[in-house]
Structures are given as structure tokens and as C-alpha cells.
Design a protein around this ligand. Structure first.
Ligand SMILES: NC(=O)c1ccc[n+]([C@@H]2O[C@H](COP(=O)([O-])OP(=O)(O)OC[C@H]3O[C@@H](n4cnc5c(N)ncnc54)[C@H](O)[C@@H]3O)[C@@H](O)[C@H]2O)c1
Length: 260
């Protein structure tokens, strides 16, 4: 990727769900371009450190904090601990997510509530707490929400997830609209069908899903998680400084589905 190695030097970036499959690639890409990162996940610290170190991420550029970001108290702790470790937050990546895959008519209320909480509510709470900190610190910061190509396309078998990501797109646009006059920006990254994490788990275990997915990617191959990380690198860089309220779709053409 043709960005200078110091493209993000001096930036403090917070990420939720940062030791998941895609998150690790994002953390590696951003720290290797000079960012300091506060990394959150629900994973125990020992396991998180093992994953971060296995991914070749420099420990001095990372502050890890376990927390369930569906809870306000954990969100506030994360933001405070982040500022105490690396100072004012410049960018927050609302990246944590989950999926439960099944036909629409089989979901129960608890499953709907959990998906909306992990994907959408946590993004709202973390976005709001981050903006409060940015305003207090006098930072013209940036929120980036990980949504998905399915936010615009009703891909079967994950209906509540699709609704949660569509809600995140509009939440992002509301942050962008209401905070623009403070110089705070908000954007989204919408990956396609990635060969890592939740899509790869379905690809490996559900033959029907795999058969559908094989036909649904116009470029013809699963998305490399590195390409998602590249989109974050671009959005975190000064090259994207005039963007706010946009969703950067990086999906190999999936959203062109259904194809002939
Ligand atoms: N894999 C794909 O094809 C794909 C495509 C489009 C978008 N996405 C999005 O990318 C993001 C990462 O997905 P992934 O595929 O790497 O999945 P993943 O399951 O590997 O990563 C998700 C991470 O979020 C963490 N998490 C879950 N609940 C949390 C909570 N309450 N608080 C904090 N962290 C929590 C998990 O522990 C996990 O590490 C998600 O937002 C997902 O919706 C993934």
C-alpha cells in the first residue's frame, strides 16, 4: 500500500473488537503506519496479547483493555483508560460485531436484542463517549463505523445483522451531520465477503452459504482481510480528510448482486 510508514504518526486510534479476525489486520496496518492504538475486545487479556503478538504487532504501540461495549460502564472505562495511556483520542473505530445465521422466521427476541446490542448499541455508546472526549480535549476527531455491503442488500440468512448494519449507516450519518460544525467527522467502511472471521466461519461450515457466496462475488474470490485494513488506512489518513458521512464500500462488487 503506497502510504508512507509515518502516515499515521502521532495519531491515537481506539478500536472495539480489535482482536477479532479482521480487527487484527486493521491494528497491524495502522500501527505499522505509526499510530498508537487502544484495543478493546471481550477476550481475556492473556489471549488478546497472544493474538496481537502472533500478528506481529509492536507491544509498545498498543494498550489493550477488555470490556463488553454493550455496557456504558465498560465504554466509559475504555475511553478514560485510552486517554490516560496515549492522551487525546483522534479516531475511534466502532468495529466490534457479531452474527447469528438462520432463516428470518427462526430468530427469537433474545437473539435480536443481542445482535442489535453488540453491533449497533455498542457503536452508539462508543461513538458518543469518544465524541465527548474529543470535545473535552479540543480534538477535531473522526469516528469510523464498520458496517457491511449487506446493509444495502438483503442477503438471506442474517436478517437482524443486516438491520443492525443498516442502522449503523444512518447512525454514522447522524454523527457526521450533527458534529460537523465541531470539526468532527464520521464515515463507514463496508467490507464484502471476507476470507476471515464471521463470513469465513459460515463459508467453512455451511455448504449452502458457500454455494451462494461463490456466485455472489463479481471479482470471483473471497476478500482478503488486508484489503479491509487498507480501507481503514486510507480513511484514517489525511488523504480522506474531506470525507464525512460516507460509506466506503470495499466489496469486490457484492452489492451488485443478484447477478445473472
Ligand atoms: N467477516 C466478514 O466477511 C465481514 C464482512 C463485513 C463486515 N464485517 C464486520 O467486521 C467486523 C469484524 O468482524 P470479523 O469477521 O473479524 O468477526 P470476528 O468475530 O472475528 O471479530 C469480532 C470481534 O468483536 C468482538 N466483540 C464481540 N462482542 C463484543 C462486545 N460486546 N464488546 C467488544 N468486543 C466484542 C469479538 O470478541 C471479536 O473479537 C464486524 O463488525 C463485522 O460485522 C465482517
Amino acid at each position: 500500500m503506497p502510504f508512507r510508514d509515518d502516515a499515521l504518526a502521532g495519531q491515537h486510534i481506539v478500536i472495539s473488537g480489535g482482536v477479532g479476525a479482521i480487527g487484527l489486520h486493521v491494528v497491524r496496518a495502522l500501527t505499522s503506519h505509526g499510530a498508537s492504538m487502544t484495543v478493546n475486545d471481550v477476550i481475556e487479556p492473556e489471549e488478546a496479547q497472544r493474538r496481537l503478538s502472533e500478528a506481529g504487532i509492536q507491544p509498545e504501540q498498543i494498550h489493550y483493555l477488555r470490556g463488553d461495549l454493550t455496557r456504558t460502564v465498560d465504554v466509559e472505562q475504555l475511553v478514560e483508560s485510552a486517554r490516560a495511556r496515549f492522551g487525546p483520542i483522534h479516531t475511534t473505530l466502532c468495529h466490534a460485531g457479531m452474527v447469528i445465521a438462520k432463516p428470518l422466521m427462526e430468530y427469537n427476541e433474545a437473539e435480536w436484542d443481542r445482535i442489535m446490542a453488540v453491533n449497533t448499541k455498542s457503536a452508539f455508546l462508543l461513538g458518543q463517549a469518544s465524541v465527548r472526549a474529543m470535545l473535552a480535549d479540543g480534538i477535531k476527531g473522526h469516528l469510523i463505523f464498520t458496517t457491511s455491503w449487506v446493509a444495502e442488500t438483503p442477503w438471506p440468512g442474517i436478517a437482524p445483522y443486516i438491520a443492525s448494519k443498516a442502522a449503523m449507516n444512518q447512525l454514522m450519518r447522524s454523527f457526521a451531520r450533527e458534529l460537523a460544525d465541531k470539526g468532527i467527522r464520521a464515515n463507514g467502511v463496508a467490507p464484502g465477503i471476507v476470507g476471515a472471521g464471521m463470513a469465513k466461519r459460515q463459508w467453512d461450515t455451511e455448504p449452502d452459504y458457500r454455494a451462494r457466496a461463490e456466485k455472489a462475488i463479481p471479482l470471483g474470490y473471497l476478500q482478503a482481510p488486508e484489503s479491509v485494513a487498507d480501507a481503514f488506512l486510507f480513511l484514517c489518513s489525511s488523504a480522506a480528510s474531506y470525507m464525512t458521512g460516507s460509506v466506503l464500500l470495499v466489496d469486490g462488487g457484492c452489492s451488485l448482486y443478484p447477478m445473472d
